[in-house]
Structure formats: structure tokens, C-alpha cells
Design a protein around this ligand. Structure first.
Ligand SMILES: O=C[C@H](O)COP(=O)(O)O
Length: 318
């Protein structure tokens, strides 16, 4: 992970001045979606880049040690080795960025990765994911337990009640406490943008989260009815850019929720390259939170290498 964001004092004056031009944001999102997607070997290279940025996720009520184990093995070897060999990428250490699980499954993931001799980070969602509607002490304790079990990245959810009612000071204080509970674990702060109402609120919540010391800001839990959308992403990455220009601290960005296709992953990479530049195009500063994206990327890579489309059963765990 990159150098951490120490955060700043809460700057309520900056927050009160925030205005977002909805029309301009929608136009920019349309422009980015209309950009030419790279083809052939360039597309394959971009897809491998996308793979290295995936937080390979399982967040289901029926998660067990065995499906978490399979997830970890897939994260270590996300693309079939014969396909990587054809691309001369078999010994380049292509893995996903991390695995992401519920707090109760962190120990399983850590054990599986350790047994496979992998140092891949384990990310845990926490703080009453997905709704965040549990008492503060419970949410803090959840962070501490996930860290104690070996999570090195914690994806916290914000208290939407505070964000929607504009109680920025209270939201800042809570996130500061989560940051402290994380210790050395890097903190990704989930805004649940589908529940924040306006672009202006999304920008303000992004700023507060960064001022409170978030290492990443993340769009969604994947459980809201609206998750990662390009317009909202533009609002968030512009907040990241402004925060960087003001403080010199680089905060990462993680779109998550409903990202399913290789084509979408390419648009996400284009968006990051255009809005934040190449520095952000790496797992240290960019992650794609997704439970079902990797299968389509591997399928497209199979097509690139063989000229044919694989059936899903031909790709392990696809
Ligand atoms: O943080 C990751 C998201 O929960 C994943 O959402 P997804 O299952 O729609 O890919």
C-alpha cells in the first residue's frame, strides 16, 4: 500500500463552499464512456492491469471457509497459467489486489493465503456493513477484531444518517476513531453514494472522509440499489484531486458494486487515467471492488489468446 493519508483538521469552511455542477459532471461522464477502448494486445494488457486492481470479493450470508479458500486460490492465480504463458506474463506475479470478506471470514482467508505462501492482503468490511446502523462501540470493536484476525485493509461504511443530515463534525469524529482502531491497517471508507442524495453531498462526504484520514474512498457496499456509477465517480475523484492539490496526500479510489464486465473495467481505467493520471493506475491507489468481474475478464483474455470464447466451466471458479 502507498504512504498513508494522515488526514487534516476538519475544514468546515471548505465543505460549506462546495457546489457541484451536475450538468458538467454528466457531460464529462458521457465523454469518458464514449472514449475508444483499446483493442487487441493493448486491451489484453489493460485487462491484466484491471485484474491486479481487483479486490476479489465475497460478501454473502452463506460464505464458508471452503468458498473463501477457493476465492483466495483464485486471487493468487486469477488467470489460467497457460493463458498467461502465451502472453509471456506467467512469471510476472499477476494476482488480484486483495481478497475482501466479512470480518468473520478474515481468519479463514488469512489461513488460506498463508498456507499458499501468499502475502496478498486481506480486506475486511466492517462497522456494521452494509447499513452501518449499529452502536459506535460495536462498530469500533468490529474493526479491532478484524485487524486482530489479520486484515491489513479495512473497508468501513460511513454513518449515512450523519451525512444526509449534514452533521459533518460528528461524521469526521467517527471516521477518525475508525482510523485509530485500524492501527496499521489501511482504511477504505465506503460512502454508499446511492444513499447520499446529491452530487454536492457526495463531494462533501468525500472531503470529510479524506480529512479524517481515509486511505481510500469507495463508492458503495454493493448492497444499495445504486452502486458505482461513472458520474458519481467523477465527483469523488475530483474531490481526491482537490484534496491532493491542497494537502499533497494521495488518496485511493475504489468503485464497487455491480461491476461485472471486462468492458466496464476498461472504462474505469480510462476514467482514472483521464481524471487523476497514471500515478493512480496501480493497486496502491486504485481498486475495483467486485465479486463477479474476474470471470468475464478471464474470458476476454482467453479469447485474445485462442481466438475463441471459453465456456465458463473451462475457467476455474469462473
Ligand atoms: O465491495 C465490494 C462489493 O460488495 C462487490 O459488489 P458486487 O458483488 O456487486 O460485485
Amino acid at each position: 500500500m502507498s504512504a498513508r493519508n494522515p488526514g487534516t483538521k476538519l475544514d468546515l469552511e471548505w465543505i460549506s463552499k462546495v457546489r457541484v455542477n451536475t450538468h458538467a459532471i454528466l457531460k464529462r461522464a458521457q465523454h469518458i464512456q464514449g472514449q475508444k477502448i483499446p483493442k487487441k494486445q493493448w486491451q489484453a494488457a489493460w485487462l491484466l492491469k484491471a485484474v491486479t486492481c481487483i479486490d476479489l470479493t465475497t460478501l454473502a450470508g452463506d460464505d464458508t471457509p471452503s468458498n473463501v479458500h477457493r476465492l483466495c486460490l483464485k486471487a493468487i492465480q486469477p488467470i489460467r497459467s497457460d493463458l498467461l504463458k502465451e502472453m509471456d506474463m506467467h512469471n510476472k506475479g499477476v494476482t488480484t489486489g486483495a481478497v475482501c470478506v466479512y470480518p468473520s471470514r478474515v481468519a479463514d482467508a488469512v489461513k488460506s493465503l498463508k498456507a499458499a505462501n501468499s502475502s496478498l492482503p486481506v480486506a475486511s468490511v466492517a462497522t456494521g456493513f452494509p447499513a452501518g446502523q449499529t452502536p459506535l462501540e460495536t462498530r469500533l470493536q468490529e474493526v479491532r477484531l478484524a485487524v486482530a484476525d489479520g486484515a491489513s485493509e479495512i473497508d468501513i461504511v460511513i454513518n449515512r444518517t450523519l451525512a444526509i443530515t449534514g452533521r459533518w463534525e460528528a461524521m469526521y469524529d467517527e471516521i477518525r476513531q475508525f482510523r485509530e482502531a485500524c492501527g496499521d491497517a489501511h482504511m477504505k471508507t465506503i460512502l454508499a453514494i446511492g444513499e447520499l442524495g446529491t452530487f454536492t453531498n457526495v463531494y462533501k462526504a468525500s472531503l470529510v472522509a479524506m480529512m479524517a484520514g481515509s486511505d481510500f474512498i469507495k463508492t458503495s457496499t454493493g448492497k444499495e440499489s445504486v452502486n458505482a456509477t461513472y458520474p458519481v465517480a467523477i465527483v469523488m475523484v475530483r474531490a481526491i484531486r482537490d484534496y491532493f492539490l491542497c494537502t499533497g496526500h494521495k488518496v485511493g479510489f475504489k468503485p464497487a458494486g455491480g461491476i461485472r464486465t471486462a468492458q466496464e473495467s476498461l472504462v474505469w481505467l480510462i476514467l482514472i487515467k483521464e481524471e487523476l493520471g497514471n500515478d493512480w493506475l496501480c493497486p496502491l491507489l486504485f481498486r475495483l471492488g467486485a465479486s463477479s468481474l474476474l470471470a468475464d475478464i478471464e474470458r476476454q483474455i482467453y479469447h485474445h489468446v485462442t481466438g475463441q470464447y471459453a465456456d465458463y466451466h473451462e475457467l476455474p471458479m469462473a
